[in-house]
Design a protein around this ligand. Sequence first.
Ligand code: G4P
Length: 299
Amino acid sequence: MEDMKDIQWFPGHMAKTRRMIQKSLPLVDAVAELLDARLPLSSRNPEFDRLTRKKPRLVILNKADMADPALTQKWIAYYQKRGAAVITADSKSGKGVKNFSSALRTLLAPQLAQFAAKGMKGRPIRVMILGIPNVGKSSLINRLAGGKRAKAEDRAGVTRIQQWIKVDGGVELLDTPGVLWPKLDDQEVACRLAFTGAIRDDILDKEALAARLLTILHKQYPDALLERYKIPKDAELQGFELLEMLAKNRGMLLSGGVPNTERAAIALIDEFRAVKLGRITLEEPPCEQPQQTAPATEA
Ligand code: G4P
């Protein structure tokens, strides 16, 4: 597989985003961080915490319709434990989006009480939405705004005056979401983002990518592979061998009966993205360190 480091983003992008966030941060009461519920770690920009400092945070596990519900529950607990308010959403259909304002009001209850004490009872809550490309920022903003707004521009040289979009529940959104870039120097992270289509895969070796995805699925979702591709749960196969089996079981053969692994790779990736293998989450929350109990002292 080609080295993921070869994927170059426009170098000015991160600096531009950083400046935008730094300029906007004093204007907002909270930041809403959109994550892909299928990849709640890899779809985070590692700079996020440092960039947003101590602003109250709402985590939105978006694309929850495509993610494994049991693991989504674990991720909710994980981010709540880290002090964030958490909601799940399907910004495509709009499911869960109605919880956005109420979650913010709960998160910001102390600040809202202070506003009220100062006689600013109707003061709107101002929020900035942040997330990596393709995570669903535009879809969410459109849903919240009731379709009043077009897709955000992120073109170099286009300067627009930032505006506030009024949404339900006394909340105002900054109309330009912050586009953060994922951490692509980590091969593992880059591959997971390529599986979901968050980053372009046309320069990647599709067979290597599919082989990698199959190895993960065989370990974490063996039932899905058995059901869809008749790959036995106990097959002691790895990566490319699994891809060959998939091709054979699907009748994808070249002349001479050679498995057409290229076609199989494309089918697997398309079907994974179209949720035909079921709702899958590729990352589990890291194991929490067990609470240290004081060693028993001997009498
Ligand atoms: P961005 O602004 O963060 O870059 O993301 P955007 O809203 O453009 O969404 C990227 C893709 O993800 C879009 O699909 C969008 O429809 C889809 N999407 C966003 N949120 C959700 C969600 O919660 N669930 C599901 N299933 N899909 C979601 P697309 O293929 O680029 O376009 P289209 O399918 O809407 O035509």
